[in-house]
Design a protein around this ligand. Structure first.
Ligand code: SAM
Length: 278
């Protein structure tokens, strides 16, 4: 099996299997084995671990992961890539390829404990990150376009802070692993990338009803991010007096905007509101 992924290997596979990268499926293949190694290092996968890979493509990351962990489950949507991918991982003996849309996989289709890794397709990065959080892996290490990484790593009050930041920062510790130049992909994308590691927080005593309400507040708040909370949250349907009383109890000034609230403040506000709109 290939030890370190190289540009020449990608070129050979493209030629041998007649692969035409699909833009609509976000196929920008990694050409540099050193970056694959950095991603595998951050994933921390050892000989007991199962790694689920989103979008293995032609196997740049898959071969690197397969050398380090017990098993790789590689979920690829594009049927046209499967013959080349199958040939690349044939010698490994610990790679299972699933031809499926990762968004359609259910928790029951995956092992109980796994590390999630992917050089994510650009067109669907945010939904994949949100789905990854729901599936609660041991940790996730994702390559994504720099601009999305900046949103995940953002903080209240910054322009890049949004609903996806609250979701990620509420559930996980998010860390930048490495910035990656567009030059290490083929075809070369129009933007640079970053690798981000998401480690779930060990949250206890979370009330599911409060959490569900919290994310309704987040959506309403960021849908109208230029408005004050008093106005943006009004459309959820609580009487104004109820909303104002909850904000006072939570110590949140009603003239603040959603983009200034930390995930913890959103949760606190949800705790202070009745769970049903009366
Ligand atoms: N891992 C490879 C690499 O690093 O060279 C390929 C990465 S490429 C940016 C994204 C891959 O995700 C492509 O192979 C694409 O076909 C696949 N893909 C796109 N949408 C997908 C989905 N919904 N589920 C699974 N794979 C998907």
């Amino acid at each position: 099996m290939i030890e370190t992924w190289k540009r020449s290997e990608l070129d050979r596979l493209k030629k041998a299997y007649g692969v035409e990268p699909s833009k609509s499926l976000g196929q920008n293949f990694l050409t540099d084995g050193n970056i694959a190694n950095r991603i595998a290092d951050a994933a921390g996968a050892g000989s007991d671990d199962v790694v689920v890979e989103i979008g293995p493509g032609l196997g740049a990351l898959t071969v690197t992961l397969a050398q380090r962990c017990r098993r790789v489950i590689a979920v690829e949507l594009d049927r046209k890539l499967l013959p080349a991918l199958g040939a690349v991982v044939a010698g490994a003996g610990n790679v299972e390829i699933i031809h499926e849309d990762f968004m359609k996989l259910r928790a029951e289709d995956l092992p109980e404990r796994f590390i999630l890794v992917g050089n994510l397709p650009y067109y669907i990065t945010t939904p994949l990150v949100a789905r990854a959080i729901e599936l609660a892996p041991i940790r996730s290490v994702f390559m994504m376009q720099r601009e999305v990484a900046e949103r995940l790593l953002s903080a209240p009050g910054k322009k890049t802070y949004g609903a996806i930041t609250v979701l990620v920062r509420y559930h996980c510790v998010a860390e930048l692993v490495i910035n990656v130049s567009r030059e290490v992909f083929a075809p070369k994308p129009g933007v640079d990338s970053s690798v981000v590691c998401l480690t779930p927080k060990r949250t206890t005593k979370i009330q599911p009803e409060t959490e569900a309400l919290m994310f309704r507040l987040v959506r309403a708040g960021f849908d109208m991010r230029r408005k004050t909370l008093r106005n943006s949250l009004a459309r959820i349907g609580y009487p104004e007096a109820t909303l104002l009383a909850a904000m006072e109890e939570a110590g949140i000034d009603p003239v603040r905007r959603a983009e200034t609230l930390s995930p913890e403040e959103f949760y606190l506000l949800a705790q202070c509101l009745p769970k049903k709109v009366q």
